[in-house]
Design a protein around this ligand. Sequence first.
Ligand code: ATP
Ligand code: MG
Length: 499
Amino acid sequence: MKMAVIAPKTMAEMWTTVGSTIASFVFVWAIICQYCPNELRRYVEKNTHRLASFFYPYIRVSIHEFTGTHLKRSEAYAAVEAYLSVNSSNSAKRLQAEMGKDSKKLVLTMDENEKVTDEFQGVKVWWVLSKIVSPQRSIAYYPEPETRFYKLTFHKQYREMISESYLEHVMKNGKEIGVKFRQRKLYTNGGTYKRSSLKQTMWSHIAFEHPATFETMAMEPEKKQEIMEDLLTFSQSKDFYARIGKAWKRGYLLYGPPGTGKSTMIAAMANLLNYDVYDLELTAVKDNTELRKLLIETTSKSIVVIEDVDCSLDLTGQRKKLEKATEDQNEQGKKETYLKEPREESNISRVTLSGLLNFIDGLWSACGGERIIVFTTNYMEKLDPALIRRGRMDKHVELSYCSFEGFKVLVKNYLKVEAHPLFESIKQLIDEAKITPADIAETLMPKSQREEEEDAEKCLSKLIRVLEDAKKEVAMKEESRAKDDSLLQDKQETEKSLN
Ligand SMILES: Nc1ncnc2c1ncn2[C@@H]1O[C@H](COP(=O)(O)OP(=O)(O)OP(=O)(O)O)[C@@H](O)[C@H]1O
Ligand SMILES: [Mg+2]
């Protein structure tokens, strides 16, 4: 009974003493800060830290999302994030949820300031996710620049074991988990988002969910097989590239008329290799420096795509104009004039051909590794030869009008038909009709579920009519071209005879 009366009083007294000691310490510290010379202040500060760490038995390790001058998200941070999402999300009470692989399941990761415990070989460690908000706010409308970091705390007696075995275990597992569970992403640089700090990415992304595969692509089987083998060989050739001293990347140029499957093939490539896709909108890139920054921010195991590269920039023109300027009087002056011209209009992209060439195979292009660069174009002849020479664009793939082999793939995909008496007529027509897989796909598209099951014949008959019309059109075009050619020839001969 006596104890029960005395204990609260003693506790209260004790807290009063602790409180007044802290208050006196703060008071003395404030006086030191205000009146003491800097040297003395630094001396007191240093020794206070030493004293504190002498009594504090724990060690802390921070793993930042972006570090110092690094422009890329830290791989170590990503590995810790993945590791903790699997190993410790059960013990965290506040979690963040993000869509996982193929949008099937939510992946949970710990929320900011949440503390979780992990155990390794009987040793307990603690992880906390924190963030630092930079005191310099750039522009009021944009979010404050902030960086996040994981803080690992463990007892100092396990220092060696944690720094040698545990961290290695976290990195190894985290990377494996990251590859296994990550939702692949489709990135673009085309948005209106502006960077508020160096540490925010220039790419925005959504989940990559394109269903195209090489199996569903209409192409000659041998050509398809060759491309698939080339891609798989590339993805397994890390050591080979290191041995021959070449950056681990490969360039693909896909060319052909519209609707022949260039974009579809990029999706099929990404699905085959399990890569992310960076769809680079070149016209939205301000200049070569921004292009380089975008490149540095791409991760490995990715495909960087520039669609319709002939339309993206006046690459051929740029070079020609430059050459002309060089030939003209006052070489240097003219060259500079041209280069400065677009600066007046701030929206015009100032990416140059040499900037793009550097992007593909300059020194920076090697960072990250395991990257495929794909250009697509409808007009290969419009491109500067330097841009597409072998070594830069290692593989040139022509996607052309639909062949009979391609048709068989499409009809199997769309109508689930592998053989039909009407196939023979289609085989006779298809090469001369010069029709794209996109047009065939549209004709074969069942208008209802019933049609798919019951009326393949109707679709195939319709396709035959479409092919016949297309064949007639091709014949007419060829006839008119022949007429034009002969007219031109006549004109030239008349001119020659007059001269
Ligand atoms: N080779 C192909 N195999 C299967 N489907 C195809 C093929 N080519 C085209 N298609 C179909 O046609 C549509 C358009 O194709 P896609 O966008 O890939 O053509 P593209 O060559 O990229 O055209 P563009 O030059 O206009 O960008 C696709 O949605 C796809 O369904
Ligand atoms: Mg396309």
